[in-house]
Design a protein around this ligand. Structure first.
Ligand code: ARG
Length: 275
């Protein structure tokens, strides 16, 4: 019998995909030649919001901006832990104005926002996992930003080197299934091939019990999932991973965001957690 998992209600910040599109290419998934079905994207996104609400989570929205087609990827806006907001500083010039929009939202909601000096793309590359913050680098967020994160939160921040351009953000290659506050342990899932040899060894040492995903499931955005500790909002295309999650006692909740895959994003990219 797999272990029974317990969910914890979460608070998510999201951005409606009214202006979602692929108008430039800043990762290998994107091509301005492939049309985006905005209406379908809207329906897929609404299904994700319904799934969150149906499972007891709170969803808050930031207003979309017509000139910012990637703004729907709320996870890149910040890392929020204990009500403290570490803002973003985008690598690509096309996305830089998004930081201001999100900062305005956070300030109106009563938060101070720290502005990183170095390129840093929020939860896309920064993932709290038990007693650590895991921090991806190689394509977007820089090691200098990792040092700022550690200094800001006072939490040991573990740099992980991403090596495959299809997995340009840490949250395309790894996600946290469950954290145990008392022990500081985290149960994670990841795709080893997205990481350098050394970083793979670091992950093996930190998370010997991790769920290891295949390249196919990672390419299906299976690791760009959101877990509440019990339910895992996951791409239905990641069939192998879904079976693994069930075997570990989690409850997969498949939500198809295929239109967003055209921009290199999935469920987690659309979801900023406010901790
Ligand atoms: N088109 C966006 C970019 O390349 C996708 C961002 C996906 N977000 C994420 N958290 N992985 O920046």
């Amino acid at each position: 019998m797999p272990k029974s998992r317990v969910s914890r209600p979460r608070r998510y910040l999201v951005c409606e995909p009214r202006h979602f599109d692929v108008r430039y290419a800043i990762n290998p998934w994107m091509s301005a030649d492939i049309p985006v079905d905005t209406a379908l994207a809207g329906r897929q996104w609404e299904a994700l919001m319904s799934a969150y609400r149906d499972h007891g989570h709170t969803v808050e929205t930031v207003a979309p901006v017509a000139t910012l087609p990637d703004m729907v990827f709320a996870a890149n806006s910040a890392l929020v832990v204990g009500g403290r907001v570490f803002g973003s500083s985008f690598h690509a010039p096309q996305r830089r104005p998004e930081s201001v929009e999100y900062e305005t939202w956070f300030k109106a909601a009563g938060y101070d926002v720290y502005r990183p000096e170095s390129p840093c793309e929020g939860e896309g590359d920064l993932i709290p996992a038990g007693r650590y913050i895991l921090a991806g680098t190689g394509f977007r967020t820089t090691p200098a930003a990792h040092r700022e994160v550690q200094e800001f939160f006072g939490v040991p921040t573990i740099g992980l080197q991403l090596v495959d351009p299809y997995f340009y953000h840490l949250d395309t290659a790894l996600f946290v299934l469950e954290e145990t506050a008392e022990t500081g342990e985290a149960h994670v899932a990841y795709y080893p091939g997205a990481f350098s040899t050394g970083s793979r060894e670091v992950l093996r040492r930190l998370f010997p019990e991790a769920v290891l995903a295949t390249r196919d499931d990672a390419l299906a955005f299976g690791l760009n999932s959101v877990s509440d500790g019990r339910h895992v909002f996951v791409a239905p295309q990641a069939t192998g991973l879904i079976d693994q999650l069930s075997a570990h006692g989690y409850v997969p909740v498949p939500v198809d965001l295929s239109e967003f895959h055209k921009a290199g994003g999935g469920i987690k990219c659309c979801t900023q957690e406010i901790r």
